[in-house]
Design a protein around this ligand. Structure first.
Ligand code: PMP
Length: 396
């Protein structure tokens, strides 16, 4: 088999899977009008699959901050912080993140994906163990493989299974990093964090929580699931992204362990990649200020969540376990999910179509993400449309 033959196999699979004219994995959003509206195939659509949980991509303060920095500092850093130097904005943001979380240190990375690669593969290595939730994000899986540590999966959100795995490790648990997420990106359910923390303490392991989807969404101050559950002190490393509630691009880790700062000198995904552009950093700084000082956006988000989640539940759809800004409808077959996705788009609503392996447990999902910026009328329209298309979405 030649080098490129495997790509041909993918082309064939794609052709058999995707009927002509439907490609949910190559959607072009031709114009963006607001945090919740854009145009696809020349049609104005409601964007309900963006992870723009607080709608801050269009907050005038975030835009103004980015524009000002763009004019002053240019379009990019053109290199890594280690080689080319840190811009003052990166430093300032790290201080502000540490302050926001009440932690000693913070590191900013170029994306959430490389944050996980850099943090996990630096913290754990050969001879160490990583115990991770089976539904973890691809970046966590890739990081585990890169680390060279022994990798053990526990069943999604099943502390009983986690304990079984920890018990077997014996004294190795002191060299074990447990990794879970705040809100899981596909089904939108939360980790049972209080139970996981209890096990981490019982077995003397370490804990990392990826709050990519829960930062800005959960907790009184928007710090995520650990804040909401009251266990922040027991989380060793919190990682997150700038690409969801913070409305930009980049990633971060915060911790009370002073050693975090040393990760910079070892992490290849920090050392060998360009740092985030100064304008992105400025918009994140403005967004962080909004999240820290204006809880009303979170309150509105949860009103919207309730409207969509309870509305879909009443319509009889099978949803993820917890209400949250990710609302995933389980669809019985790939084919019905595909045709329903297209029919929803034709009605003027863009949601995400997710197949395995991106979706867990062999599920096909129509995944909506809801935002503070959605109006109640938009959510009503989504509900009305889903009610109309329900026969398609539940066809076996
Ligand atoms: N962690 C989780 C849990 C995610 O869902 C994602 C992205 N969807 C990432 C990390 C990666 O974040 P980024 O988009 O900033 O690379």
């Amino acid at each position: 088999m030649g080098l490129l033959d495997k790509l041909e196999t993918i082309a064939t699979t794609r052709e058999t899977l995707l009927p002509k004219g439907i490609n949910p994995f190559n959607v072009v959003i031709e114009e963006i009008y607001s945090a919740t509206e854009g145009s696809i195939d020349g049609q104005r659509v409601i964007l309900a699959g963006t992870n723009n949980y607080l709608g801050l991509t269009f907050d005038p303060r975030c835009i103004a901050a980015a524009q000002e920095t763009l004019g002053k500092e240019g379009t990019g850093t053109t290199g890594s912080r280690m080689a080319n130097g840190t811009f003052s904005g990166h430093r300032a943001l790290e201080k502000e993140l540490a302050l926001f979380y009440g932690c000693n240190s913070a590191i900013v990375f170029s994306t959430g994906f490389v944050t996980n690669l850099g943090m996990i593969s630096t913290l754990a290595g050969p001879g160490d163990v990583i115990v991770l939730d089976a539904d973890s994000h691809a970046s966590i899986y890739d990081a585990c493989r890169m680390s060279g540590a022994e990798m053990i999966r526990f069943r999604h959100n099943k502390p009983v299974d986690l304990e079984k795995k920890l018990r077997r490790l014996g004294s190795k648990s002191a060299n074990t990093l447990i990794i879970v997420e705040g809100i899981y990106s596909m089904l939108g359910d939360c980790a049972p964090l209080a139970e996981i923390v209890a096990l981490k303490k019982k077995y003397g392991a370490w804990l990392m929580v990826d709050e990519a989807h829960s930062m800005g969404v959960l907790g009184e101050r928007g710090r995520g699931l650990a804040e909401a559950v009251g266990v922040e002190e027991d989380v060793d490393f919190t990682v997150g992204t700038f690409s969801k509630s913070l409305g930009s691009i980049g990633g971060y880790c915060v911790s009370n362990h002073r050693e975090l700062d040393l990760v910079r000198y070892l992490s290849r995904s920090y050392i060998f990649t360009a740092s985030p552009s100064p304008a992105s950093i400025s918009s994140v700084r403005a967004a962080l200020k909004v999240i820290g000082s204006e809880p009303q956006h979170r309150t509105k988000l949860w009103e919207n969540v309730e409207q969509l989640y309870q509305g879909l539940k009443q319509l009889g759809f099978e949803l993820g376990a917890d209400p949250g800004p990710i609302v995933a409808i389980r669809v019985p077959t790939k084919e019905s999910a595909l045709f329903a996705w297209k029919a929803i788009l034709v009605k003027g609503i863009y949601v995400n179509l997710v197949f395995p392996p991106a979706a867990p447990a062999g599920l096909s999902l129509l995944r909506c993400s809801i935002s503070t910026a959605h109006t109640s009328e938009q959510i009503d329209y989504i509900l009305k449309t889903f009610a109309e298309l329900k026969p398609m979405m539940t066809a076996t």
